[in-house]
Design a protein around this ligand. Structure first.
Ligand SMILES: Cc1cc2nc3c(=O)[nH]c(=O)nc-3n(C[C@H](O)[C@H](O)[C@H](O)COP(=O)(O)OP(=O)(O)OC[C@H]3O[C@@H](n4cnc5c(N)ncnc54)[C@H](O)[C@@H]3O)c2cc1C
Length: 416
C-alpha cells in the first residue's frame, strides 16, 4: 500500500478500515541467501538496500525482541555530518544525503527535520579546532558555518551568553543537521524491506553460528536452525556477546548511555545544541519535550539503565549553558548499550570466517549513520567489495595501526 495525502483523506472518510499491517509476521524459512542478525536501524536499513538497490530478495532479518526495541528507539535522534577525518567525513556526508531523500525512498514519514546543529565554542583553542573541522567538512562537500555569539543569541535566546562559567565565544553550525523520529526510521525501513520480499522475524534470538571448515552455514536460533549463504551481524551493543558465539573477540567494549526528556514546553530551542566545555547536548522534540544527554556511564555493562553520577554530570552541563532547563520537570530517562570501539569509529567488514560479516562499533553516533551503514553493509554483502565511503572501516585496522581516532583520545573506548 502506498501512503499519500489522498490515502489519509480516503481512510478518514471511510472509518480507517483500509489500513493494512505494515509488515508481515512470517515463519522463518529453512534457508536464505542472506541473513541479517539484529532488527535495529542498521539491520533493517541493510535489508532495505539489499532488496531495493542490490536486487537481493531472499533475505531475512532476525531480531531477538521486537524491531525498534534496541538503540534505534532509544537514541536522541540527532543527525549530522560534522566530522574532521577523511575516514569518516565522506561516509557521514553520504548518510546525510540519504537522510535528505529517505522519506521519498521509503514512502514513509520519518519526520526528517533539518533544523540545524550548533557546537558551542568556549575558548580560543576550541575555535581553532572547530574552524579546522569546518574547513574539512566543506572540502568534503558538507556545509559548515562559523557563527558569532551575536548570531547565536538571536537564534537561541535561552542560552546563557552573559554570566556563564564557560562563556560562549561562538559556535560551529551545520544547518543541514537536525533530528529524525528514531522509531519511525525502524518502521519505515522495515515496511519497505518487507514490501520488497524480506522476511522480518521477530522474537527469534540467534544463539550460535554453524561454522563448518571455516565457512558460516547459518545461524542457530531460539526457533531452530536457519541456513544462510551469508550472515551479516548488526547488533550494536550486543556485538561482543554475539560474535563471541563465533569465538571472536572484538575491539569493542559495551557501555551504557543515558538520555532524558522533560515535560512538553513551548518552542524554546529551534535546533540542536552541544556544550563545548563539558558533555551535554539538547534538542526539542516536536511534542515540546527537551531531549538531552551527555556522557557514558564509566563502566562496562549490558544493562539498559544507568547510574546517578552521570545524571548529575549531565544536569551540571545543562545548567551551565541552559539554566532555564532547571525549571523543567523530567518526564523520563532511559539507557541504551553502546558498542564503543577502540578508536571511536565503526567497523563494516568481513570476518576471518567465510560468509560471516560484521557491522558495529557505532559508539553513540550510530543513529545518524543508519542509512549509509545500511547501504555500505548491503554493498559489502551483495558484492563482496567495500563501499567507497566505508573503505577505512576495516576490522584489522587496530592490528595494522590505521586508527580513525576522531577525538584524538587514544584507545580508551569510554572516552570517545
Ligand atoms: C541514549 C542514546 C542516545 C543516542 N543518541 C544518538 C544520537 O543522537 N545520534 C546518533 O547518531 N546516535 C545516537 N545514539 C547511538 C545509536 O542509537 C546507535 O549507535 C544505533 O542505533 C545502533 O544501531 P542499531 O540501530 O542497529 O542498534 P539497535 O537498535 O540496538 O539494534 C540491534 C538489534 O540487535 C538485536 N539483537 C541483539 N542480539 C541479538 C541476537 N543474539 N539475536 C537476534 N537479535 C539480536 C537487539 O535486540 C536490537 O534490536 C544514541 C544511543 C543511545 C542509547
Amino acid at each position: 500500500m502506498r501512503y499519500s495525502g489522498f490515502r489519509v483523506i480516503k481512510e478518514a472518510l471511510t472509518g480507517h478500515k483500509g489500513w493494512k499491517p505494515v509488515w508481515r509476521d512470517p515463519e522463518p524459512a529453512s534457508h536464505y541467501d542472506i541473513v541479517i542478525v539484529g532488527g535495529g536501524g542498521h539491520g533493517l536499513a541493510t535489508a532495505h538496500y539489499l532488496a531495493k538497490e542490490f536486487g537481493q530478495a531472499r533475505v531475512a532479518v532476525i531480531e531477538k525482541g521486537w524491531i525498534g526495541g534496541g538503540n534505534v528507539g532509544r537514541n536522541t535522534t540527532i543527525i549530522r555530518s560534522n566530522y574532521l577525518l577523511d575516514g569518516n567525513e565522506p561516509f557521514y556526508e553520504f548518510s546525510l544525503k540519504l537522510w535528505e531523500g529517505l522519506e521519498q525512498d521509503l514512502n514513509y514519514n520519518a519526520m526528517v527535520s533539518q533544523r540545524g546543529i550548533l557546537n558551542l565554542i568556549h575558548s580560543d583553542g576550541q575555535r581553532d579546532a572547530f574552524i579546522r573541522r569546518g574547513n574539512a567538512m566543506i572540502l568534503n562537500g558538507a556545509d559548515a558555518d562559523l557563527m558569532t555569539t551575536e548570531a547565536i543569541k538571536k537564534k537561541y535566546p535561552f542560552l546563557n551568553t552573559s554570566d556563564a562559567r564557560f562563556p560562549i565565544q561562538g559556535g560551529l553550525a551545520q544547518h543541514r543537521g537536525g533530528t529524525v523520529r528514531h522509531d519511525a526510521v525502524a518502521w519505515g525501513y522495515a515496511r519497505s524491506a518487507d514490501s520488497h520480499g524480506v522476511d522480518i522475524i521477530q522474537n527469534c534470538e540467534v544463539t550460535g553460528f554453524r561454522i563448518e571448515n571455516g565457512v558460516c552455514k547459518g545461524v542457530e536460533t531460539s526457533r531452530g536452525f536457519i541456513g544462510a549463504g551469508k550472515v551479516g551481524c548488526a547488533v550494536a551493543g550486543s556485538s561482543g556477546r554475539l560474535l563471541s558465539l563465533a569465538n571472536m573477540r572484538l575491539p569493542i567494549e559495551s557501555h551504557v548511555l543515558q538520555a532524558f526528556v522533560t515535560e512538553g514546553l513551548k518552542p524554546v530551542l529551534p535546533g540542536v545544541i552541544t556544550f563545548g566545555a563539558g558533555h551535554f547536548y539538547c534538542s526539542q522534540s516536536d511534542k515540546g519535550g527537551l531531549v538531552f544527554g551527555g556522557n557514558l556511564d564509566g563502566y562496562n555493562s549490558y544493562a539498559q539503565r544507568g547510574n546517578l553520577p552521570v545524571v548529575e554530570d549531565v544536569c551540571e552541563g545543562a545548567m551551565a549553558i541552559l539554566p532555564m532547563l532547571g525549571r523543567a520537570r523530567i518526564l523520563r530517562m532511559w539507557g541504551g548499550v553502546m558498542d564503543m570501539s577502540m578508536d571511536g569509529s565503526p567497523i563494516i567488514d568481513r570476518t576471518h570466517i567465510d560468509g560471516l560479516y560484521f557491522n558495529g562499533g557505532w559508539c553513540y553516533g550510530g543513529f545518524k549513520a543508519t542509512p549509509a551503514s545500511g547501504f555500505a553493509f548491503a554493498h559489502l554483502l551483495a558484492r563482496d567489495t567495500l563501499h567507497p565511503t566505508a573503505t577505512a572501516y576495516r576490522l584489522d585496522r587496530f592490528r595494522k595501526g590505521y586508527l580513525i581516532d576522531e577525538k584524538g583520545v587514544g584507545n580508551q573506548p569510554n572516552l570517545h
